[in-house]
Structures are given as C-alpha cells and as structure tokens.
Design a protein around this ligand. Structure first.
Ligand SMILES: O=c1ccn([C@@H]2O[C@H](COP(=O)(O)OP(=O)(O)O[C@H]3OC[C@@H](O)[C@H](O)[C@H]3O)[C@@H](O)[C@H]2O)c(=O)[nH]1
Length: 411
C-alpha cells in the first residue's frame, strides 16, 4: 500500500506537471529564440546552426528597420513597401521555425545510462508486446542491464510513447508487427507478452484475443525452436478462473467457464501454456511460464479499464467510484517493477513449471475503493453497479514456489 500511495501521488502530480511542462516548453522556445540572437558569439556553431543564426539576425535587422521606418514616418503605415517588408519578415519567421524543427531532430538524444556487458553476457532479447504497460518496463530493465532489446508490438493496447525514451538507442529496436503473423529474427531469449490484458480490451474482439494467444504463441515457439531461443510465456492468474482453492497454488487446475465472456482470454492462455509444454516436451524448446496476478503502476493507460486506473481516475475527477457487484470479491495488487524483476529471475532460472508472480496482500474491492478514496481525497462516493459475469470471487497467489525457486517476493 505504501507503493500504491506514491503511485497515486505520482499520478496526481503528473497531471499538474503536464500543464507546467506545456508552459515550460513555450517559455523555453521563446527564451531559446531570444538568447540565440543575443549571444550568438557564445553559441557553438555547426553549419546548420550558423546559417540559422544569420537568418535570425537578418530577420531582426529587417524588423528593426521596419520599426525605424514606422517611428520616423507614421504616415508610411499601410504603404506598399511596408506591407512587403512585413510579409517578407513573416515568411522568414516561418522558415526559421521549420529550421528549428530540423535542428531539434539533429540534437543528440540523451538516453538513460546502460551497463556495459561484454559479448558473452550480452543477449539479444525479443519482447512481444514490448510497447505495452508491462512490456515497456521490461524493455527498461533489460536495456539498463546492458542487453539488446527488440520490442515487437501491433499497438492495439501498446503505445510508442511507453518506449520513446529508447528510440534511436543502438541497443534498441521497435518493430510494428502483429505476432499472429510469423516473425523471422535471430534472438537468444523471447518474453512473450503480446495480448490485451484488461478485461474490456480482451473482450472487445474475443476472436482476435484467442488468435493472439494461440496462433501468436505458436509463432513465438516456432521461432524459438528455429533459432534455439528460450521463451518466457506471460500467462495469467485467470487460468484459475473463479477459483475453488484459496490461495491459488500452481498445482490447482482451475475453474474456468469455457464459453463465458472471459473464456477468450482464460482459455487462450491455458492453451498457450499447453503449447509451451508441448514444445518443451516434443521439441526441447526451453520454456518458462509465469502466471501473472493483478498488477498496477506507471504507464497503465488512462482508459485501461482495470480497477486501479478506473478508481484513481474517478477519484481524481471527483466522480463516484464504481464497484462492480457487491464489492466482496478480492484481489491483491503488485507493483509493475516487482513483476518485471520476477519475470527476469524466472527467465534466467532452470525452472520450467508454471510460477505465480503476484502479491499475496489480499483486499476486497470495497476496501480497495476506500483505500483509493482515502489517498486521493475529494468528494467522490462509492456506488455499486451490476456484477460482471464470471468475475472471480477470490484471488490471492500462493507464492511459495516463486520464493523457493527464484528467491522472489514483492518488495
Ligand atoms: O471499475 C471497476 C473495474 C473493476 N472492478 C472490479 O475489480 C476487480 C478487478 O478487476 P480488473 O478488471 O482490474 O482485473 P481482473 O482481476 O478482473 O482481471 C485481471 O486479472 C489478472 C490479469 O491477468 C489481467 O490483467 C486481468 O484479466 C473485479 O472484481 C472487477 O469486477 C470494479 O469493481 N470496478
């Protein structure tokens, strides 16, 4: 909950910061324009820069001469030569703006510092769904550790802005590709995360969700077989369905309605696990299977539709917090960087059985609504809406296996 508090504060803070940033950018632009003309001799010169500065000073001269003309003879206002002068100045101003844009692109980008790994330790790692909420945090971690990362995404729920801070970095590549189609690429490891994960998103196009998790998984496992890569499958706590065992251990087979609205995700992820095991047993592909429980953190989309972002958004906007059903259903939430640490530990372990990655700190959704309300404050009430069909009533991971096999637990 300590993590949750700082997350909520950060979300609140980021709204204010966005506004300040916009104002800042405008002020910065103005000050850059002014300071470049004032201190042209101090500015380091490149060909484009020097040209820009001379354009700028000639523009300034022109505007001063127009002003001089105006001051000396106000009767000139509206004459042909003055109009031509102003038009000329405006054209030059437009050119100047476009040169600024070009130069901005040329300014070398500052990237986060990445560790140096020698060629033996450095891996080429593919992340399907690499521009998504979890995928982008994994991109950060693996790049910072010094690996080469190729992120593949079809941008259905992923966003370029989640990884834009790495675009252009020599260790990073972003490919717009739908994993339902085969991919030919040489890699050492594959984190297979591609799939919508929020219930409203995966229910939006159930057939596509099934294809992504079945055909997409076959493509990933086939690729791993061809190039000898290791695969980590992002499975889910939803393979337990509406569980009759509590807390859920990996040995529990689950309780899923095969034709319910959640089946497109739950059953497709179950098939994905089956496929991973078949490729392990039949083809010897090294696989790792993570069963990911509810997760929250930065880069969750504002319209993600899951409970954490919905409640925070509603509370920030002073709207009623909408609890589906009676609010007695339970969940436990882990912070996204804990999850990503667990995924990397699992990938690099020798363990091929499924492993729960989640936080055992369980709360009812009603309690959770109160927690968010308490943190954000404001005038929101809590209202109960119709229950969601097949909504799991209790969910809490047993993480004994993760602790014993990986030495992992949420911080
Ligand atoms: O606005 C809301 C949203 C959700 N909820 C409730 O909050 C609980 C959690 O719902 P979420 O949509 O966040 O997530 P769910 O637990 O249903 O599914 C999630 O499970 C684990 C992951 O693998 C997936 O990311 C996702 O499928 C549910 O009981 C849901 O009915 C609300 O009461 N109000």
């Amino acid at each position: 909950m300590h993590r949750m508090k700082s997350y909520v504060r950060r979300e609140n803070y980021s709204c204010i910061m966005t506004g300040l940033a916009v104002i800042g950018i405008v002020l910065l632009w103005i000050s850059m324009t002014a300071s470049r003309s004032e201190s042209s001799s101090d500015v380091p010169t490149s060909a484009g820069h020097a040209e820009l500065l001379s354009m700028h000073s000639s523009l300034q001269e022109k505007i001063s001469s127009i002003n001089r003309m105006l001051n000396e003879n106000p009767a000139l206002k509206g004459t042909q030569s003055l109009n031509a002068g102003i038009e000329n100045a405006l054209t030059k101003l437009k050119e100047l703006e476009s040169r600024f844009k070009d130069l901005e692109v040329q300014v070398p980008k500052k990237y986060p510092d990445v560790r140096f790994l020698n060629y033996k330790d450095r891996k080429r790692i593919l992340i399907t769904g690499g521009a998504g909420f979890v995928g982008s945090h994994l991109v950060d971690k693996l790049l910072l550790e010094g690996h080469e990362v190729i992120a593949v995404d079809n941008f259905f729920t992923g966003r370029k802005r989640n990884v834009e801070h790495w675009i252009g970095h020599h260790n990073f590549e972003l490919i717009n590709h739908d994993i339902v189609n085969p991919l030919f690429i040489e890699v050492d490891q594959i984190y297979h995360l591609a799939s919508p994960a929020s219930p409203p998103h995966y229910m939006f196009n159930p057939v596509k969700t099934i294809k992504t998790n079945t055909v997409g998984t076959i493509n990933v496992l086939g690729l791993a077989k061809r190039v000898g890569a290791r695969v980590l499958l992002a499975s889910t706590s939803e393979v337990y369905g509406d569980p009759e065992v509590h807390p859920q251990t990996e040995a529990y087979w689950g309780h899923v309605n095969p034709i319910g609205p959640r089946a497109c995700y739950d059953e497709a992820k179950r098939v994905a696990e089956t496929l991973a095991f078949a490729y392990l047993q039949q083809e010897g592909v090294p696989v790792r299977i993570s069963r990911i429980f509810n997760t929250y953190g930065p880069r969750m989309h504002i319209n993600d539709g899951r409970v954490v972002s919905n409640f925070i958004l509603q509370a920030l906007q002073g709207q009623d917090i909408t609890v589906y059903g009676n609010g007695a259903q339970t969940r436990s939430f882990q912070f996204v960087t804990d999850l990503v640490d667990g995924l990397v530990l699992l990938m690099n372990s020798n363990f091929s059985q499924p492993v729960n990655i989640g936080n055992p700190d369980e709360h009812t959704i009603d309690e959770f609504a109160q927690i968010i309300h308490g943190m954000v404050g404001g005038g929101s009430g809590v209202v109960h809406k119709a229950a969601v069909e097949d909504d799991p009533r209790r969910r809490k991971p047993d993480i004994t296996r993760a602790r014993e096999q990986l030495g992992w637990r949420p911080l």
